[in-house]
Design a protein around this ligand. Structure first.
Ligand code: FAD
Length: 418
């Protein structure tokens, strides 16, 4: 543990380390396509997949490897209602909008699971639910209020007092209670995104990894993309799914004003004692208003969060090759306090990932204001697994039909910031 607590270099995330090694996909690039997607994270791959299914010719360009950035470096929790407790969503957006947002996330979760099954993607999906744990009496009061709102909305849930939590999750210490949401799930995120990319290729989509887009010229119907390997590609429409890097290619300057990067950090414990491991369910778990999040992976635990505990909260950085040792120490202290039996497993690896945020905490899905033919599918504020698959579908519907019946579609429109 001591050496890991002092380390500053990011380890390879377990989700990428466990995938079979493969050479980069370098499909032949057609001289012209209907849609060129920039970025091979969950947003770009999902958009490309849906666009191909809609019968369009699609080329996806990825600077590194598919899912090598945030989509392969997260905690693999498919959450409902973001990490926020429902009462906070309702205070921010109102009952009506929160209902639509919840519907969107619920539908994303369902469609993601269906895609995993029908496409035969092997990504360790566990549909056992999620548990939010309160770290104070005041947070527990917010869980009680959220449970009341869930009851009203007919959302399945179960509110646990401290005593009930002691019976149902006796390995979790120092919490004031919990709210169990049966619809939440976990999976291995990089395996899901790579599996979806394979399905996209099988259906005739093209992918070029290690192909960084450097510049965009032209206009709707006639775009020209220049890449680092000197390719010039023509496309009728473009999707920016490059997350925190999207502002670099936005000629309008719009994204500079609304997207900001921040870094998250996760540690993976060593193998837990087998009796302890058997007692911890495969739930999507969090505490402290989702500032800390954790789950089981095989016989180990991942634990992320603690951004708030360091100066600057890791905002503004684009560097996922380094970790913050102070955060590692604070995560470790959290583990010792809240799951003390896990501490003897030590830390196996620590990694970071860069996310993109917006001022209202919601993603950008739709056309860039004033840039007809250029679409955004990015800035998921730390919850891209909860949005991604359906966000791609929404983006595709907006490109092909100019409208969508999906809940909250208008709320995600980039023009809300103009
Ligand atoms: C530590 C951590 C924990 C998280 N935990 C969760 C969780 O449990 N649940 C959840 O829902 N979300 C979680 N998230 C958030 C989630 O990972 C992101 O919201 C999601 O992965 C974003 O997907 P994306 O496709 O927008 O971005 P990315 O996955 O970052 O993909 C963007 C891609 O664009 C490529 N790119 C950039 N510029 C160019 C260019 N010029 N040319 C070509 N390609 C380019 C990049 O290389 C990258 O692969 C977490 C994130 C982190 C970092």
């Amino acid at each position: 543990m001591t050496s890991k607590a002092a380390q500053t270099e990011s380890d390879e995330p377990i989700w990428l380390a466990e995938l079979p090694r493969s050479t980069a996909r370098r499909d032949a690039a057609p001289p012209r396509v209907d849609i060129c997607v920039i970025g091979g994270g969950i947003a770009g791959v999902a958009t490309a997949f849906h666009a191909r299914r809609a019968g369009l010719s699609v080329l996806l360009l990825e600077k590194n490897r598919i899912a090598s950035r945030a989509s392969g470096r997260n905690d693999g929790q498919i959450l409902l209602g973001l990490g926020e407790h429902l009462n906070r969503l309702v205070s921010q957006f109102g009952e009506e909008e929160s209902r639509r947002l919840w519907e969107f996330l619920e539908r994303n979760s369902e469609e993601t699971k269906v895609a995993i099954r029908t496409l035969g993607i092997s990504c360790e999906l566990k549909e056992e639910g999620g548990l939010r744990l309160s770290i104070s009496e005041s947070e527990q009061r917010e869980l009680v209020e959220s449970a009341r709102l869930m009851e009203k909305e007919g959302i399945p849930h179960s509110l646990w007092t401290r005593e009930e939590l002691g019976r149902k999750a006796e390995w979790a210490k120092g919490f004031h209670g919990g709210l169990f949401v049966p619809g939440e799930a976990i999976f291995a995120p990089a395996a899901f995104v790579r599996g979806l990319a394979e399905a996209f290729e099988k259906e005739g989509g093209r992918i070029r990894e290690q192909e960084e887009v450097l510049a965009i010229e032209g206009e709707a119907g006639n775009y020209l993309l220049k890449t680092a390997s000197d390719l010039s590609l023509e496309a009728s429409m473009i999707v920016h799914a490059s997350s925190a890097l999207a502002p670099q290619l936005d000629r309008s300057g719009f994204l500079d004003r609304v997207v900001f990067p921040f870094r998250g950090q996760v540690l993976l414990t060593g193998v837990l004692d087998s009796k302890l491991s058997a007692r911890i369910p495969c739930w999507a778990m969090s505490s402290h208003f989702c500032y800390e999040y954790f789950r089981k992976h095989g016989d180990r635990l991942t634990l992320g969060g603690m951004r708030w505990s360091v100066k600057g909260e890791e905002t503004g950085t684009m560097d996922d090759s380094r970790v913050n040792p102070e955060i590692t120490r604070n995560l470790w202290a959290w583990l010792q306090e809240h799951i003390p039996e896990a501490a003897s497993a030590g830390i196996e690896r620590v990694w970071t990932g860069i996310m993109a945020g917006t001022p209202d905490g919601l993603p950008l899905i739709g056309p860039i204001p004033g840039q007809q033919g250029e679409f955004l599918c990015c800035a998921f504020n730390g919850y891209g697994m909860g949005f991604g698959f359906l966000a791609g579908k929404l983006c595709c519907e907006l490109m092909t039909e100019g409208r969508s019946e999906l809940p909250s579609a208008a709320r995600f429109a980039p023009r809300r910031f103009t």
